[in-house]
Design a protein around this ligand. Structure first.
Ligand SMILES: Cc1cc2nc3c(=O)[nH]c(=O)nc-3n(C[C@H](O)[C@H](O)[C@H](O)COP(=O)(O)OP(=O)(O)OC[C@H]3O[C@@H](n4cnc5c(N)ncnc54)[C@H](O)[C@@H]3O)c2cc1C
Length: 959
């Protein structure tokens, strides 16, 4: 094959980059896609490629990437300008500059961007339609008189982008063959679209007659009757471009091009085609030079294609004239999906890394190794790896013999793109549905909606046989469905479109969860949110705020991230539910976007999370629904509980928990100059801060800290040395509130990221979205003015932080327990065992009773303590509430652990399965231990509570 032996590294991207890589892979190149560790991929342009998940931001990951690229022939960079340079992987690193040599001077460095690299739009995000708009080509396309239409994303993404980039790579390879030197291929989709539109654009410039007139009146944009599409009697279309006569009417060359005659000619053809079906006309024109052919569906077109494959096969075909044989390229479905990191181990082992190194890299987050079995390969791979199959007959037989399953899948994939035959409002009876009860003709009813699964049945993750069961096929399968699936499955677009109608006279009763809506499930909400209940703490005003807050939660935190750009990035999950975005982040482990931080800033969210106080003065909180002077700990409680609702523990901490514990020492103990400088930029989300107290040597025992701070000779700076461990948000923090051992005891110092400060991600059981870090201070320096509180008074600073930190954790714990109660109540009602719902078993009800009691008692104790906080000064809180809060935290986290254990028992195997029905239970159970550790371990806190109580014992108390 033409490109055999060519090594290509393709950084994962969308549409054009993957298509360029696909063209190279289809022609024999070995293409490795570089994914982010933990990422998911919806890329379907990955035939024949491998995937290595490598993080270039982690030093060992970057080193591995550089090694890979040092021996590669081609790199495909799909990022915006500057990204590769910022990663230290720019062209100069490999191709060299001036006198300094590069690491691989033979590399073809292909860069694929949207807007021209040097133009005014270079840093903007964009999509196919945007590039097309700026290319000038969109304005020339057909449409209506007032606006053009666009040919999905074919023109800019694939033709002007991917194809052009691949052509650039081939040209550069030819050039390298001559000069021996690598090249940079600079492709952008605006310029690419312009170039491939040379014909219409040159036509414009030269005032060619075919480009004259307004849209819809020109030769090729639907103006000419003989270059058009006509609807036939059966609603299908004929595409017509006659060069000679048509039955019964003979246009002369003069009238054919006479624009004044066009309306008449068009009407004549419209009426004529409408008299017969498409297939009738197809027969009439077939074999003539009239240039009229039927408009085929993708399925029909596949039948006509030489390959008979529903997947488009690589093109052009390369023909070996001397051997007199055609080489037909084959495709297979085994390569429709490529799991990120599927081949990391294999690729890096080939590069010379051993197992121990790989394990360490996994621990550091430098690489991801997908454990997923190589998807649907096995004997299908034999077929795929055959690559070229020289004889068409062989290819055809091979395809149908070996890959019957693939074929069915492929046809289904194509068929699903065909417009549905039925509208959603089409009504059926149960009797009608019952007739479709066989493989290949299989309908079912779920919640009064009718789904046609005939083509989906082979793709059903649970297998075909489940659907063919006589109690399912053609039947009302509502109960069976909800015993195995979460409702959101039905909301996914790929399944939603299987719905073909509804059952006449029946109503759907299952309600999709609406983000921000108050749950009606008993105990799923605290009592003050439940109709008919009352609260001494939550006044009507607060309840209103909460309702607003719920809306605000979904508006600001979850839904608003669906800006077009992010929606594009989150393509597989366009249908948001309360949890979707947080779940994605929890899985992919990436940090929250600046965009989301900014949205939170706009509501002064960061400031509110520090509780009531002077820092709120003059701010507009939550768009003005609460005044700064009215804001109290109950408002903050609402915020903490709303964050916890997302059911994604690491992501929740990634929403800047580090600031909640790291900024108060600055606020309460920093100098005025320091506060003026640091607080605004943190509260505005421009800089990030974390609290760095714990060390490998000192967690519960703060007195054991070993990080030292000594003064510089001139007395102007602290010089800090030591390490810190498990620091939330540390990987991306700009400021570190650091507990240090100093000459006079302990001192807390604000250290800024810079020379001598290094952070490394620590992999924990929850998402690296939280930014949990190991920090090294190696002669790091901080001005003496960055001292927080008294020199030697650090213990007081550290302890004063604890009450608020622990109370915040109690808020989250109470809310998280409630979410688990809701999951368990729903599941035990819909899951049947031994023919009865789980909740009919006394042992299950006993577990539910214990869970509900724990959630309710935690919340009620929490509200009482919150009320005390609202009525005490900070100092009084420190004196009177330290024990209470320590007890509450130990109580709520031990309740959480009990509840997690019970929930897993109720969910059975699903409770330990990361996806599907029990995914929230699995996550909760996996991460619940965190709460019991951070902010003070349970045992330590119970002991603290009792010691505080003993200290407060009246001297005269006797039995
Ligand atoms: C996810 C996560 C995030 C964190 N974020 C931060 C952060 O942002 N900043 C920060 O500074 N730290 C952070 N920490 C560290 C956290 O504060 C410590 O883990 C915690 O203080 C416990 O310390 P340790 O893990 O070293 O356990 P150890 O101190 O080694 O204790 C282990 C166990 O021994 C028992 N024990 C210890 N001492 C006593 C005692 N006196 N009485 C009774 N039992 C005792 C307890 O059961 C305890 O769980 C985080 C930790 C985690 C897991």
């Amino acid at each position: 094959m033409a490109l055999s032996g060519l090594k290509v590294i393709e950084f994962a991207g969308l549409a054009p980059g993957p298509f360029a890589g696909l063209i190279l892979a289809d022609n024999g190149a070995s293409v490795i896609r570089i994914d982010r560790p933990g990422a998911s991929s919806s890329d379907i342009l990955c035939r024949g490629k491998k995937s290595a998940a490598i993080n270039p931001k982690i030093p060992s990951g970057k080193a591995a990437l550089i090694k890979l690229l040092a021996s590669a022939d081609v790199l495909i960079d799909p990022f915006r300008p500057g990204v590769m340079e910022r990663l230290g992987l720019g062209p100069e690193v490999f191709l060299g500059t001036g006198n300094s040599p590069g690491l691989n001077e033979k590399l073809i460095y292909a860069r694929m961007i949207g807007f021209p690299r040097a133009g005014p739009h270079k840093d903007m995000a964009g999509h196919d339609i945007n590039y097309l708009a700026l290319s000038g080509v969109l304005s020339l396309l057909p449409g209506t008189t007032d606006k053009p239409s666009f040919p999905i994303n074919l023109l800019a993404d694939f033709a002007g982008g991917g194809l052009t980039c691949a052509m650039g790579i081939l040209l550069a390879l030819v050039e390298r063959g001559k000069s021996g030197r690598g090249q940079v291929v600079d492709a952008d989709m605006v310029s690419g679209s312009r170039y491939l539109s040379s014909f219409p654009l040159l036509g414009q410039v030269s005032q060619s007659t075919h480009m004259l007139g307004p849209r819809g009146s020109r030769l090729l944009d639907g103006g000419a009757p003989f270059y058009n599409i006509y609807t036939c009697q059966d609603g299908q279309w004929m595409q017509y471009r006659p060069d000679s006569s048509l039955d019964g009417w003979v246009p002369t060359p003069d009238t054919q091009f006479d624009r004044d005659e066009w309306p008449k000619l068009k009407e004549y053809l419209t009426k004529g085609f409408a008299t017969q079906s498409r297939d009738y006309w197809a027969k009439v024109f077939h074999g003539t030079d009239a240039c009229a052919v039927p408009v085929l569906t993708p399925e029909e077109a596949a039948q006509l294609d030489l390959s008979r494959s529903p997947l488009p096969v690589p093109h052009p075909r390369i023909i070996n004239q001397s051997q007199g044989s055609e080489i037909l390229k084959s495709v297979g479905s085994g390569s429709l999906a490529l799991q990120p990191g599927q081949h990391t181990r294999e690729i890096l082992t080939e590069l010379g890394l051993d197992n121990a190194q790989l394990e360490e890299m996994v621990r550091d987050g430098a690489i991801g190794i997908s454990k997923a079995r190589e998807i649907a390969e096995g004997n299908q791979m034999d077929f795929l790896s055959a690559g070229f199959i020289v004889n068409f007959e062989d290819a055809f037989r091979h395809f149908f013999r070996i890959s019957h399953a693939i074929r069915v899948q492929l046809i289904t994939i194509t068929a699903s793109k065909i417009p549905p035959k039925y509208t959603m409002s089409k009504q059926f009876t149960f009797e009608e549905v019952a007739k479709h009860n066989k493989p290949g003709d299989l309908w079912i009813v779920i919640d009064a909606k009718v789904y046609d699964l005939s083509k989906f049945q082979n793709l059903h993750p649970g297998g075909v046989s489940v659907l063919s069961d006589e109690e399912i096929a053609g039947q009302d399968a509502t109960e069976a469905f909800f015993a195995l699936h979460r409702h959101e499955v039905l909301e996914k677009p790929q399944y939603k479109r299987l719905q073909i109608g509804v059952i006449a006279g029946e109503q759907s009763i299952v309600k999709a969860p609406v983000p921000g809506e108050i749950s009606k499930v008993p105990y799923a909400e605290p009592s003050w949110l439940v109709d008919g209940f009352h609260s001494p703490y939550f006044t009507e005003v607060r309840a209103t705020i909460t309702t607003e807050n719920s809306k605000w939660r979904c508006a600001s935190l979850w839904t608003s991230i669906y800006t077009p750009k992010l929606r594009h990035a989150l393509h597989p999950y366009p249908h948001d539910s309360t949890h979707t975005f947080s779940q994605i982040k929890e899985e992919d482990g990436t940090r929250i976007s600046q965009e989301l931080v900014d949205k939170m800033t706009a509501l002064n969210f960061h400031a509110m999370r520090l509780g009531p106080g002077k820092h709120l003065k003059g701010l507009t909180l939550m768009n003005g629904i609460v005044k700064p002077e009215e804001f109290d700990y109950f408002h903050e409680l609402i915020i903490n509980q709303e964050i916890a609702r997302c059911g994604a523990r690491g992501y929740g901490d990634g929403l800047l928990s580090g600031k909640v514990i790291g900024l108060p020492p600055v606020l309460n103990f920093g100098s005025e100059e320091l506060k003026a400088r640091v607080i605004p930029e943190v509260l505005q989300g421009k800089k990030f801060i974390c609290l760095a107290i714990s060390e490998a040597h000192a967690g519960s025992d703060v007195m054991g800290l070993q990080t030292t701070a000594v003064k510089s000779e001139d007395g102007k700076e602290w010089i800090i040395n030591g390490t810190k461990k498990w620091i939330t948000n540390g990987t991306f923090a700009d400021y570190f509130t650091v507990g240090c051992k100093t000459e006079d005891g302990f001192t807390v110092i604000l250290v800024e990221r810079g020379e001598g400060v290094e952070t490394k991600a620590i992999k924990t059981s929850y998402s690296s979205s939280a930014g949990t870090a190991y920090i090294t201070f190696d002669n790091a320096r901080a001005p003496i003015g960055n001292t927080l509180g008294e020199e030697g008074g650090g213990i007081f600073v550290m302890l004063s932080n604890f009450n608020h930190e622990r109370w915040v954790m109690c808020c989250s714990s109470a809310r998280a327990q409630r979410a688990i109660v809701e999951e368990c109540l729903k599941w035990s009602a819909q899951r049947k065992a031994f023919g009865k719902p789980l909740n009919s078993l006394a042992i299950i009800r006993a577990k539910l009773a214990a869970m509900i009691s724990r959630a309710e008692s935690t919340q009620n104790w929490l509200e009482n303590i919150t009320y005390q906080m609202c009525n005490m000064s900070y100092k009084q809180q420190a004196g009177k509430l330290a024990g209470q809060i320590a007890f509450l935290k130990a109580y709520s986290t031990s309740c959480g652990q009990e509840t997690a254990k019970d929930a897993v028992q109720i969910f059975g195997g699903r409770g330990i399965t990361r996806t599907g029905m029990g995914r929230f239970i699995e996550h909760y159970h996996r991460t619940i231990a965190f709460d019991a550790l951070l902010g003070g371990a349970e045992d330590v806190l119970r002991d603290l509570g009792v010691r505080q109580a003993l200290r407060g014992m009246p001297k005269d108390a006797r039995l």
